[in-house]
Design a protein around this ligand. Structure first.
Ligand code: ZN
Length: 309
């Protein structure tokens, strides 16, 4: 992930090419790279570009290696990939990503369905991975991403104490970043503020990322609550494309363009050109003609005075 140079900077990571497309019919590699290229041209500097999971589980990621290679050749961006186990992590490293998002689920049921593992096994796998990479001169950044951190479709409420204990263990293992994901859109702003405030106390200066879905219209309220709790890294998907195939009822991520607009209004700098980002979003309608896009900024446009007639 980006290193933030000052306290007005904020990091936005596009996850549409991972979270957004995983439940859609597979896109051609060139289509994925075109999406990447257009958004990189708008100033987006961090992408969760793919997922290293078996193609028989999620067919959309049949070309993970080629997507990473193609993206590396096209633009200077921090590329991360999602993995669920050691095998995926090894593939991601061989492919040359700069960052690995290793998902551990706070819900045992979601963990079993999403990764066929228990939360305990997933935590142990992160610890073993980091230990095994100690000898590498330049290992990729490892982000410990706790999914269903705010609730689970199968289990309902998730104990925040359990989430914090997992985060502490990931921090101790040596992750470079902790992420909390509202995988199925259960979170509300008070819960978000409380959990991120407590997470900050639990993990000290370790960078923290927030990953929200707008399933119940709470996405931007949750971003604001996370901002107020000091979070300066956010995941989002252009046009709000997305949804977890193993989380019934989950819909898209918060829309990247709406997130960037809120961050700008809040006085933070993402380095992203909103006008060009909206252009990239318009091109998504050609790439994904059957997929409904979401978000408010694209409907009304960037606010600016209208000339009097
Ligand atoms: Zn997600």
């Amino acid at each position: 992930m980006n290193t933030l140079a000052n306290d007005r900077q904020v990091a936005v990571r596009e996850v549409g090419l991972r979270d957004g497309i995983q439940s859609l019919a597979p896109l051609a590699t060139e289509q994925k790279l075109e999406w990447f290229r257009r958004e990189a041209a708008a100033g987006v500097r961090a992408f969760e570009i793919t997922s290293f999971v078996p193609a028989r589980v999620i067919p959309q990621f049949y070309d993970a290696e080629q997507v990473v290679a193609g993206a590396r050749a096209k633009a200077q961006s921090v590329l991360s990939a999602l993995v669920l186990n050691d095998k995926g992590a090894r593939r991601a490293i061989d492919a040359g990503v700069q960052s690995i998002t290793f998902v551990v689920s706070a819900s045992a049921t979601h963990s079993g369905k999403n990764a066929r593992t228990t939360p305990e096994e997933a935590l142990s796998a992160v610890e073993a991975l980091i230990a095994s990479l100690a000898a590498m001169s330049e290992r990729p950044q490892i982000s410990g991403a706790i999914s269903t951190a705010f609730g689970c479709t199968y289990e309902g409420k998730v104990d925040p104490g359990r989430v914090l204990a997992m985060a502490e263990r990931l921090a101790k293992a040596g992750v470079d970043e902790i992420g909390l994901a509202d995988t199925v859109g259960f979170a509300g702003p008070r819960q978000v503020h409380n959990l991120f405030s407590n997470l900050r106390k639990a993990v000290g200066n370790l960078p923290i990322t927030a990953h929200f879905h707008d399933t119940r219209g709470m996405g931007m309220a949750n971003v604001l609550a996370a901002l107020e709790a000091g979070v300066r890294r956010f995941d989002a998907s252009l046009g709000g494309v997305g949804g977890c195939p193993f989380a019934p009822g989950a819909t898209g991520n918060i829309a990247t363009e709406d997130l960037c607009f809120l961050l700008e209004e809040y006085g933070l700098q993402s380095g992203i050109d909103l006008e060009r980002l909206l252009e990239a979003r318009r091109s998504l309608t050609e790439l994904l003609p059957d997929e409904p896009l979401h978000g408010a900024l694209s409907r009304a446009g960037i606010p600016r005075p209208v000339a009097l007639q």
